[in-house]
Design a protein around this ligand. Structure first.
Ligand code: DX5
Ligand code: ZN
Length: 218
């Protein structure tokens, strides 16, 4: 089963609730919320107040992707605002195990994110503690970038490890996903796909979402 997680980064922020409803009705499984601080990544987006405002507008889980320095300082706020999943970059966490426990302590599903160049060895010893791994297939910071295909090898390797160790971890992919790039990622074992520009920059969002999902399930 393929889950599509539209990223509201490419939505119209002036009518965010309607933008979220539109993809919910079109069959989205999760809403992906990109949080950027202008330090960890060269862009600034949204904080907990946006999550709080969106929470009553959808029944879908809110997947909060933290691209920020010192995520520990903000996890409680995002959890209380209504985040269902929170993922943190391994590159931004000095004490990753502590951060993951902190996320879980609020009843939120924890995930770790790897930048395109970060090896999967960096998360070998945290796999038992997390619910999902998010692979970046672009350099984080902006929507609409080109898919970096070399990441697919890392996805394959992690899928093998997950299977060998009998772990219950989902693999999510973020960056440059469309009806073509989803295909090798599904083959490699991923099941959750973030798509920003490939959905929100299209006139017919429902059709765009369906095409991506169908391509992934074919
Ligand atoms: C990039 C963000 C992505 C972004 C994806 O830093 O993490 O979630 O919204 O956008 P597309 O799908 O356009 O690459
Ligand atoms: Zn993201």
């Amino acid at each position: 089963m393929i889950q599509i997680a539209p990223s509201i980064l490419s939505a119209n922020f002036a009518k965010l609730a309607a933008e979220v409803k539109e993809v919910e009705e079109a069959g989205a499984s999760v809403i992906h919320v990109d949080v950027m601080d202008g330090h960890f990544v060269p862009n600034i987006t949204m904080g907990p107040i946006v999550v709080e405002a969106l929470r009553p507008e959808t029944t879908l889980p809110l997947d909060v992707h933290l691209m920020i320095e010192n995520p520990d300082a903000y996890i409680e706020q995002f959890a209380k605002a209504g985040a269902d999943w929170i993922s943190v970059h391994v590159e931004a966490c000095r004490h990753l195990h502590r951060t993951i426990q902190l996320i879980r302590s609020f009843g939120v599903k924890p995930g770790v994110v790897l930048n395109p160049h970060t090896p999967i060895e960096s998360i070998q010893h945290i796999l038992e503690d997390i619910d999902f791994v998010l692979f970046m297939t672009v350099n984080p910071g902006f929507g609409g970038q080109k898919f970096i295909s070399s990441v697919v090898q890392k996805v394959e390797s992690l899928s093998k490890i997950i299977e060998e160790r009998g772990l219950n971890i989902a693999i999510e992919i973020d960056g440059g996903i469309n009806a073509e790039t989803i295909v090798p990622c599904v083959k490699a074992g991923a099941t959750i796909f973030v798509a920003g520009s490939a959905i929100y920059n299209k006139e017919d969002r429902a059709l765009a979402l369906k095409e991506i999902k169908d391509a992934g399930e074919a």
